[in-house]
Design a protein around this ligand. Sequence first.
Ligand code: ADP
Length: 268
Amino acid sequence: TPLPVGPDRSLRANRVPVLLHFTDITHLREAEEMRRDFVANVSHELRTPLTAVMGFIETLRGPARSDPAAQDRFLGIMEAEARRMNRLVSDLLSLSRVESQERMRPSDEVDLSAVLDGVVAALRPAAQDSGNTLEIERHVPDGQRTVIQGDRDQLMQVFLNLAENALKYGGPNKPVTLRLVAEAGSGSMKGTVLRVDVIDRGEGIEARHIPRLTERFYRIDTHRSREMGGTGLGLAIVKHIVNRHRGRLRISSVAGQGSTFSAIFPAV
Ligand code: ADP
């Protein structure tokens, strides 16, 4: 504010100019809250299997001491819980790695078509066990390369996570399709884009859940996710990897018919 100009010069002389600096710390507070929630969630997720393991150790030392059949059963459960903790720690490490790399663009040329072949080869045995089929469809014009600039292992991780979810939540005896499409981009993605749709024929996802699915530890049905060996971090990892590749993740679902998770990347 300009100092008043007027006859009262003494008043003007006594004024001390003050510089006020305002910083909006709302986003800092939100980030801090998210960090705190995350630590609380991780602790809870680790404590659940740990409590189970400790409980069974007690039982093995006491009531099951001379019951080999019970010992065998309890050791099996303990092993499953330990594996779950291991998966959780691996997913936490993956998430932390991709988050810290998000601003660094990966630079290798990666053929998405070959990545999908790798995913199907890796998951076929598990798919067969649950009576599912896993198929690839390609809608790519002759001569069009299916290459993007990326990190092969991370792209593999994206489609493994999406296809594993499609198999888990799509239900038994339902086909899962990985569809690779080359098409013209729109909006901020000019030029040709490559889109991979991971399609299941499960129950579908209610619209209110869709925007939150990529949050860490967000699950529609926690019990079901745990039972299926889920950590609740798969889609959060997918989202960060897709972002790092300047891509976009789209989720659509029709109740009773299934869901489609699409990852879209600029083609090289
Ligand atoms: P989780 O380890 O629990 O599978 P994700 O991050 O991969 O964790 O997925 C988060 C949640 O999104 C899942 O718990 C599940 O409720 C829901 N979800 C993911 N994929 C599908 C799908 N194909 N169909 C229905 N629900 C899904």
